[in-house]
Ligand binder design. Structure first.
Ligand code: XCC
Ligand code: SF4
Length: 641
């Protein structure tokens, strides 16, 4: 068995370190330790292993030794491009499925068959009008129904382009995609086509396959991110600034703790509601009340709209259970490690799966459908209440630390704050700060934590390097967890900002009656990467420039998920450079690597030449940040600012 990493090399979060130490002491297996025992496969990690048919698996040795083609004759470039496309398809499918589930919930809410209100009627009207729906003399529910049906067309129409592309895309970006023939018609059609073309004996052209990947990026961006955010805001409210607590210390010994984990907020919103309503039942079993804590992006969703505390990002999800005080972990879809069940069996925790197509052997299953959301949420909360007295006092250990963070920075909230400075033209102060150089550029730090990596260090280091250099940083996903836990979303973090950036943050904050804006603006979950995209589109429109010429970048320092690759591709298709700190598994093909990562002087077609942005793969976060700063500076130079 390989040697396990020292606790300090696993995470820079002290609470995570304490709980991992406890897990090891108690003989509990976690992803961090499994990562140490998993040897890296040289074929898989460079993308050269093909399993697309039963003639194989075929592997191409990258050093030129051994067979240079698969049995069917596919060369290494075809194999790598096809594997890359499969990853993007998987990512896009996850987010598209999220979007579709929300659209169906909105439809049922509008038809009165699911117990949800329409919380943001203003956004409903705005989206409806932008979709060119006639809203005169119509009730909100009628309008919501038409919006939901428009959304569902994005999973069924056979001609034209997706409604949400038309609704949200910048016209210059769209023109490029149309010219290349990569604009999606409907999400399901494109995902199905993508799976079909990756099969043995279909698309063998690496460039064509990579262009298919761009379509997957756009499916993810519009049917996944934008559609989900828009409809979730309509249903649950558009986030506004909130204050919340982060880190494992948010668990409470004297309360019933329920972790909500996964991505879609439909069930978790109801769990929060029912936890409040059933508080007296919690008291009957001797608890002070019910404490809901967030994990992964379900955590982000509840944080943004309800100020719910956040316990953990992806890589440390099992450790929430190791605290010994978690009565239940309720999960929906995506990023839910199957390993949580084995950990839960060492404690009194119930893992509760909720969707018919996401089950874990041994876990409880309380099936969720929008129409009986209230019943499912009550059953879940009651199950947790019933577990409170089953705790083993000898196994309880809650890390002390919690960190305060400000979140809830939807695009609408950002614009509202800026309007306090310039009511006529809210974006103007931001644009002026960028053109004057007070803000050197804007970066979105997004994506995951990965058990193979030292948790939080990549995300936090990239952020601090950029802040120091006066780059305005926004964050989503588990990267936002990392930054919040390390004081980058509260006033303490201002110490890491360059002088000029700090002045801008203080200026905007003070106009809103606060000492300052936080150094990093939390924009939400992974699907909320639509929010920075919306902000970019608004800035580009205001300046009359394409998005590709703006000094903006994205960074995904600790990714684990194919979803992060498809989101990254969505941004590259806009001409935004995207840094990844974990191998995207394409290095086995010089041709594919060049297409994604090459620069203007590379031979052949590159993302940079076609879109104006590229993939930057760099494992060292300081160097990664440096490369991003260079890209920001070259875009500034091209604009003459
Ligand atoms: Fe976190 Fe979104 Fe990544 Fe999963 S994928 S690890 S950001 S929970 Ni979005
Ligand atoms: Fe091998 Fe070709 Fe089949 Fe892939 S598709 S496993 S390269 S024969």
């Amino acid at each position: 068995m390989s040697k396990l990493r020292d606790i300090q090399d696993v995470s820079i979060d002290q609470g995570v370190q304490e709980l991992l130490e406890k897990a090891r002491r108690e003989g509990v297996d976690t992803a961090f330790d499994r990562a140490d025992q998993m040897s890296t496969c040289g074929f898989g990690s460079t993308g050269v292993c093909c399993r697309h048919c039963l003639e194989g698996p075929c592997r191409i040795a990258p050093n030129g030794k051994g067979p240079q083609r698969g049995i069917c004759g596919a060369d290494v470039h075809t194999i790598v491009a096809r594997n890359f496309l499969s990853h993007l398809t998987e990512g896009a499918a996850g987010h598209a499925e999220h979007g579709r589930e929300v659209a169906l919930t909105l439809l049922e809410a509008a038809e009165g068959t699911a117990p949800y209100e329409i919380k943001d009627q203003g956004k409903l009207l705005k989206v409806a009008q932008d979709l060119k729906i006639d809203i005169t003399n119509k009730e909100p529910k009628e309008i919501a129904k038409e919006v939901a049906l428009k959304a569902l067309e994005d999973f069924s129409k056979q001609k034209g382009i997706m409604n949400w592309v038309e609704l949200r895309a910048h016209k210059d970006s769209l023109a490029t995609w149309n010219e290349l023939g990569v604009t999606p018609v409907n999400a399901h059609l494109e995902i199905s086509k993508s799976v079909a073309r990756s099969a043995m004996g279909c698309d063998a052209d690496p460039l064509n396959l990579v262009l298919g990947g761009i379509t997957m990026g756009l499916v993810d961006g519009y049917a996944g991110l934008h559609l989900s955010t828009d409809l979730q805001d309509i249903l649950f409210g558009t986030p506004k600034a909130v204050k919340a607590q982060y880190a494992m210390g948010v668990l409470k010994e004297d309360m019933i703790n329920i972790a909500v984990h996964g991505h879609v907020p439909m069930l978790s919103e109801k769990v929060v509601e029912w936890a409040r309503k059933l508080n007296s039942e919690a008291k009957e079993v001797g608890a002070k009340g019910i404490n809901i804590v967030g994990v992964c992006c379900t955590g982000n969703e509840l944080l943004m709209r309800q100020g719910v505390s956040v316990a953990s990002s992806f890589s440390s999800q099992e450790l929430v259970i190791v605290s010994g005080v978690l009565e239940a972990m309720v999960v929906d879809i995506q990023c839910v490690m199957p390993g949580i069940q084995a950990v839960a069996e060492c404690y009194h925790t119930d893992i509760i799966t909720t969707l018919p197509y996401v089950k874990i052997p041994g876990a409880s299953h309380i099936e969720f459908h929008p129409e009986d959301a209230d019943e499912a949420a009550q059953a879940i909360v009651r199950k947790a209440i019933g577990n409170f007295t089953k705790r083993d006092p000898a196994k309880i250990a809650i890390p002390q630390e919690t960190v305060e963070a400000y979140a809830g920075f939807s695009t609408e909230q950002v614009v509202e704050a800026l309007a306090l400075i310039n009511q006529e033209d809210p974006l103007q102060p931001l644009i002026e700060a960028i053109t004057s150089g007070k803000i050197r550029g804007v970066a979105a730090i997004v994506g995951c934590t990965n058990p193979k990596e030292k948790q939080d260090i990549g995300n936090v280091t990239v952020a601090k390097e950029l802040l120091k250099n006066n780059v305005l940083v926004v964050a989503t996903g588990c990267a936002a967890h990392s930054l919040a836990k390390h004081n980058l979303m509260n006033p303490q973090g201002l110490a890491y900002c360059g002088e000029e950036l700090r002045q801008v943050l203080e200026g905007i904050g003070q106009a809103a009656g606060l000492p300052s804006l936080p150094p990093v603006l939390h924009m939400g979950s992974c699907v909320d990467n639509s929010r920075p995209a919306d902000l970019l589109t608004a800035i580009a429109n205001k300046l009359g420039l394409p998005i590709r010429s703006l000094p903006v970048v994205g960074s995904c320092p600790e990714t684990h998920s194919p979803k992060a690759l498809s989101i990254g591709t969505f941004f590259i298709a806009h001409g935004v450079d995207v840094h990844v700190g974990v191998s995207p598994q394409v290095s086995g093909s010089s041709v594919v690597t060049e297409m994604l990562c090459g620069d203007k002087v590379s031979e052949g077609v590159t993302a940079e030449k076609v879109f104006g942005g590229k993939l930057i793969y760099e494992t060292d976060p300081v160097k990664g940040a440096q490369l991003l700063l260079e890209r920001i500076d070259s875009k500034r130079a091209a604009l003459g600012i």
